[in-house]
Design a protein around this ligand. Structure first.
Ligand code: NAD
Ligand code: UGA
Length: 456
């Protein structure tokens, strides 16, 4: 019987996941702890630290009842029956494996806090995304304690996507739980499965061995990113041949073996995990002596970088080979719609390339302005940050649409056209706007993987 669930790491994953567990399991006390005092204060305030549709409701209706946010890590660890670890595991920036391997220092520090404060046996759940076989290292650290305590390690990777996190958590395609193939390991898996069974149908709860579970997380992200890079590679060929990438993706995706999802051509994938997790996979393959496998997956990231630079290259050649001193309105800075998160957003690379060409960049995003300022802090004097999209657009030679926010479709494009320098260009990095309508209004419209609509 478990009573107390604790999550270490109050980020994009830990907090929404625990809020949904608290919502669905009123008999558990759920506590989320973090070393970041500001973050915990924000989780306890009226303005939560992350924007995620539907999250406010779930947090506000459970907070103070059976959902708590705290910086008191020692007490939380002592009380816990099950501890989820959801700390960040970024790409290493130093030493061996820099730029590829996962930086596991936060994970190991968490494991060491657990042995410092625990005074009873516990189940420790890896929620963070980790290299395969990390559970072995975590288990060795935890079970090296000198208090005679026993810890069972379970892998339970998270598959939610930002912008749809609450829905993904409430109705997951699957919950994956991996454990050791021992009686204690199977018991621990069963305990964690019991939490999810409160709301997830049994057939969607998949149990595997520990290493399959850890690896499945990396593979799932790699396969999703690979689809985006595959269709983006084809978008380049479409631009040369007048095939239309959206038509190609739709027609190919109708084949139920291929499927329609994650075939939307774009300026490239962003987000904190796709690139990091593929590079981690690449590093692991190299580490295990599989260079051919490593370079196969590395191409997914290379294609993604190519897509962003190709987009800026297309802008340059369309705008008579110079954007110097021209105002460019960048609409959208978040890595996808419905989030304020800008980690690895292609908008960062695109804005920097435009600045390198000496363009005057004006940025508007409905939810990501704070993060945009932070990401471009070193060049902030060269960038205009606009709370109002029309302020960014006024006097611009071109619009670069980089995030598919619904509000961008609702702009008054007649007014937009009148406010811009002529010829007015729109580069739609998401194929999101109504190109025929824009063309009729007088714009020169460039999408991804389709024939430009120009008045020249
Ligand atoms: P995040 O950076 O938003 O949050 C991590 C939190 O852990 C931070 O608030 C940090 O202060 C805290 N932390 C670090 N070390 C700590 C310690 N020793 N003690 C207590 N707190 C500590 O990260 P995130 O986006 O929530 O990602 C967490 C993990 O989940 C990563 O491994 C990531 O790959 C994985 N993941 C992320 C997503 C996503 O959509 N963001 C989805 C699935 C999986
Ligand atoms: C992704 C996965 O979808 C989640 O399952 C996973 O849990 C998460 O990573 C993680 O491990 O962090 P997320 O990055 O939040 O979720 O968002 P996605 O919806 O996957 O989009 C990723 C990027 O790909 C975005 O920049 C998006 O615009 C881009 N994308 C996606 C495309 O360009 N085309 C598509 O067809 C789909």
């Amino acid at each position: 019987m478990i009573k107390n669930i604790v999550c270490i790491g109050a980020g994009y994953v830990g907090s929404p996941t625990m809020a949904v567990i608290a919502d669905k399991c009123s008999e558990f006390k759920v506590t989320v702890v973090d070393i970041n005092e500001q973050r915990i204060a924000a989780w306890n305030s009226d303005k939560l630290p992350i924007y995620e549709p539907g999250l406010d409701d779930v947090v506000f209706r459970n907070r103070g009842k059976n959902l708590f946010y705290s910086t008191n890590i020692p007490d939380a660890i002592r009380e816990a029956d099950v501890i989820f670890i959801s700390v960040n595991t970024p790409t290493k920036t130093f030493g061996t494996g820099a730029g590829r391997a996962a930086d596991l220092q936060y994970l190991e520090k968490t494991a060491r806090s657990i042995i410092e404060y625990a005074d009873s046996d516990k189940i420790v759940v890896e929620k963070s995304t980790l290299p395969v076989r990390t559970a072995q290292a975590v288990s060795r650290v935890l079970n090296s304690n000198t208090k005679g305590l026993h810890f069972q390690i379970v892998s339970n990777p998270e598959f939610m996507a930002e912008g749809t996190a609450v829905n993904d958590l409430q109705k997951p395609d699957r919950v994956l739980i991996g454990g050791l193939e021992t009686p204690e390991g199977r018991n621990a898996v069963e305990t964690v499965a019991g939490i999810y069974r409160h709301w997830v149908p049994g057939e969607r709860i998949i149990t595997t061995n520990l290493w399959s579970s850890e690896l499945t997380k990396l593979v799932s992200n790699a396969l999703l990113a690979q689809r985006v890079s595959s269709i983006n590679s084809i978008s380049a060929l479409c631009e040369k041949t007048e095939a239309n990438v959206d038509e190609v993706a739709r027609a190919a995706g109708f084949d139920s073996r291929i499927g329609s999802k994650f075939l939307k051509a774009s300026i490239g994938f962003g987000g904190s995990c796709f690139k990091k997790d593929i590079l981690n996979l690449v590093y692991l393959c190299g580490y295990y002596g599989l260079p051919e496998v490593a370079s196969y997956w590395e191409q997914v990231v290379a294609m993604n970088d190519y897509q962003a630079s190709r987009f800026v290259g297309n802008m340059l050649s369309a705008m008579f080979n110079t954007v110097a001193d021209k105002k460019i309105a960048v609409l959208g800075f978040a890595f996808k719609a419905d989030t304020g998160d800008t980690r690895e957003s292609p908008a960062i690379a695109v804005s920097r390339m435009l600045l390198a060409e000496r363009a005057r960049v004006a940025i508007h995003d409905p939810k990501a302005m704070v993060n945009a300022r932070h990401d471009l802090a070193d060049v902030e004097n060269d960038v205009l940050f606009c709370e109002d999209p029309y302020e960014a657009i006024k006097g611009a030679h071109a619009i670069a649409l980089l995030t598919d926010w619904k509000s961008f479709r609702e702009l008054d494009f007649k007014r937009v056209f009148e406010m811009m320098e002529k010829p007015a260009f729109i580069f739609d990095g998401r194929n999101y706007l109504d190109h025929d309508m824009l063309y009729k209004l007088g714009f020169n419209v460039y999408g991804i993987g389709r024939k430009p609509l120009t008045h020249f």
